[in-house]
Design a protein around this ligand. Structure first.
Ligand SMILES: [Fe+2]
Length: 354
């Protein structure tokens, strides 16, 4: 299935995943992100540099993963190798207790699910990260959220929040015109936001050498549903393109690990933006956390207040319904990938190759 272009919430209810408007609204309202557990997926559990001969521990939905290298090759197991446990009864590992592993885009990806279904074509396409990794450490970082991973991603794909929550970094809400377009298939959702004459991002004015007061902005968020991983790609004119990979690994149902890569190798070497922008994630993530951390536990108790929406968070609503559709299929024992996440997504995100 090709990406379906969605122009408005009410326009594409012929799509069986989206359903009729009333069923759609009911699903959006019934959403409890903590209940979603998706399997048969690759998760980027560590930056490649963080995996050495000495094992490190990671987790997906509290399932333990120990990662280390043998002869330079990354491996992952359910038990620490020093425990001497090789035979495993886990459904997620082979007889030796090992998980399927792929190293790509500077990450060690581990499979959660039936090992027989682990295949490279289920690994997401990330066009602006070098396939062999090797980006300098200043472009990489790790932050954590005390909230459930789908909430972090839903917050991200509603990019209008950035104008208010991150105004001091990426600029405020002032602009002449804003358009939001949403595309989806069964494995991914993509939001494209176009802004005309938007206030210049302060981080670009202060460090990026942008002199004008307004800029033309095109921002894309593309979420790979199963992997809980997002592309955040921004084109700014004047200014430099921002190329962020934003995975939200669900370490537990209520804790998220974000080993990010902000590839600023497109920015000139004498431009401080190249070094400052990746570090902005530490500030931005604290701002996000101030909203999502208190919000996350509210799904766990009865709430009388309505969960309200506007057409501008169409992408967030569809994200919920697409995640629920995958979870429902998996509950019926259907783990098949109906769409190919590894197909080059350069065109849909509007990636301009250097
Ligand atoms: Fe944010």
């Amino acid at each position: 299935m090709l990406d379906v272009k969605d122009t408005a919430v009410t326009d594409d209810h012929a799509d069986p995943v989206i359903g009729d408007p009333r069923a759609f609204a009911e699903k959006v309202a019934a959403w409890v992100p903590h209940d979603i557990v998706l399997k048969d997926a690759w998760f980027p559990l560590a930056h490649g540099f963080a995996v050495t001969e000495k094992p490190v521990r990671r987790a997906v939905y509290s399932q333990p993963y120990f990662l280390w290298r043998e002869g330079g090759k990354a491996v992952a197991a359910e038990c620490h190798p020093a425990d001497g446990l090789t035979a495993s009864k886990s459904a997620y590992t082979d007889a030796a207790g090992r998980y399927p592993v792929i190293e790509k885009y500077g990450y060690v990806w581990c499979w959660l699910g039936n090992p027989a279904n682990a295949a490279p074509e289920h690994l997401p396409s990330l066009p602006y990260l070098p396939e062999d990794g090797g980006l300098p450490l200043h472009m990489l970082g790790t932050v954590r959220f005390d909230c459930t991973a789908p909430l972090s991603l839903e917050n991200l794909i509603d990019l209008t929040h950035a104008d208010f929550l991150h105004a001091d970094v990426v600029g405020d809400e002032k602009m002449d015109k804003e358009t939001v377009e949403v595309f989806h298939d069964t494995e991914s959702i993509t939001m494209v936001r176009t802004c005309v004459n938007k206030s210049v991002a302060p981080v670009m004015k202060l460090f990026g050498g942008v002199k004008s007061d307004v800029q033309q902005v095109r921002q894309v968020i593309r979420i790979y549903l199963r992997s809980h991983a997002a592309i955040a790609y921004g084109r700014f004119s004047p200014g430099d393109n921002v190329q962020l990979f934003h995975p939200c690994v669900p370490e537990t149902r209520d804790r998220t690990r974000l080993d990010y890569t902000m590839n600023t190798s497109n920015v000139k070497k004498n431009n401080p933006f190249r070094y400052v922008m990746p570090k902005a994630s530490y500030k931005v993530s604290r701002q996000d956390s101030s909203m999502t951390s208190p919000q996350s536990p509210r799904y766990m108790r009865p709430e009388k207040r309505k969960d309200l929406h506007s057409p501008l968070d169409e992408a967030g609503q569809k994200y919920r319904v697409l995640m629920l559709a995958l979870a429902e299929r998996q509950a019926r024992g259907d783990f098949a990938h109906r769409d190919n996440v590894s197909a080059d997504c350069s065109e849909i995100i509007g990636y301009q190759k250097p």
